[in-house]
Design a protein around this ligand. Sequence first.
Ligand SMILES: O=C(O)CCC(=O)C(=O)O
Ligand SMILES: [Fe+2]
Length: 285
Amino acid sequence: MHIRRITPTIGVEITGIDLTQPVSDGDFAAIKESWLTHKVAVFPGQKLQESDLMRFGERFGELEIHVRSTYHSRQNKEVMVVSNLKEDGKAIGVLGDGEAVWHIDQSYMPQPTFGTILFGEKIPAEGGDTWFADLEAAYARMPAELRAKVDGKRIVNSVDRHNRREAATRPDLQMTAEQLKRAPDSPHPAVRTHPFNGSKAIWYSPSHGAEFEGSTEDESQPLFKELLSYMTQDDIVYKHHWSVGDVVMWDNSSTMHRRDPFPGHMTRLLKRVSFRYPPDRRIPV
Ligand SMILES: O=C(O)CCC(=O)C(=O)O
Ligand SMILES: [Fe+2]
């Protein structure tokens, strides 16, 4: 196994390992350590069945069953389909071919996701790149006055309000009343301490972060905008250009991501699992 950094701040590429085979304890420890340190890990050239993806994900933590059950794989409810493919006129996957704006996965759940793993099965010839921003580096470079404005504050994350805003253009994002019950407006600390490495990250998800607790949406916007100007600086962002067979995993405690749109006549199909923090490492909410 070989581990190589792909930017000075964020991302590693891990080669010389076949994730269809059992990963030794030693290799697993090295993978986890470098993933937690560099926040995004890319494993090119994999050929995974859903069961392989699930087995690998489970090593890191209990697999989540995504609240958007409409887009679960037919074979496994732990696997989510990310695709623009349709069957009988109905989307089989989430996110379509449009842009997915900057977000942190499931920030809108009472217990947000720890890590997410995507496996690229069908990749369009253009577009669909996925961008990752380092939220520890962003926090580290914020001036003290700005940090003082967010330290100790909580941000309310709301998938309901996000969906309403997007209702006209993104019917694929709409959720049932039952699903929304599992995803009530959820406040989370604006600055979170990583349960494994102890470092602090700014934890604002632009797509679902609605307001600072105790403030209105309008009142919260200027500060959100200021945070964002630090969270998206070029030198703390890694843009992943996909090839078929790529496995990409990221740490939602220390990164956010977005995805470029791609031409609708092209096919993009990825399989996705996400996993929870171990019970003794849950981040306080
Ligand atoms: O389609 C992508 O590359 C990213 C999708 C995404 O945001 C996710 O799976 O959490
Ligand atoms: Fe995501």
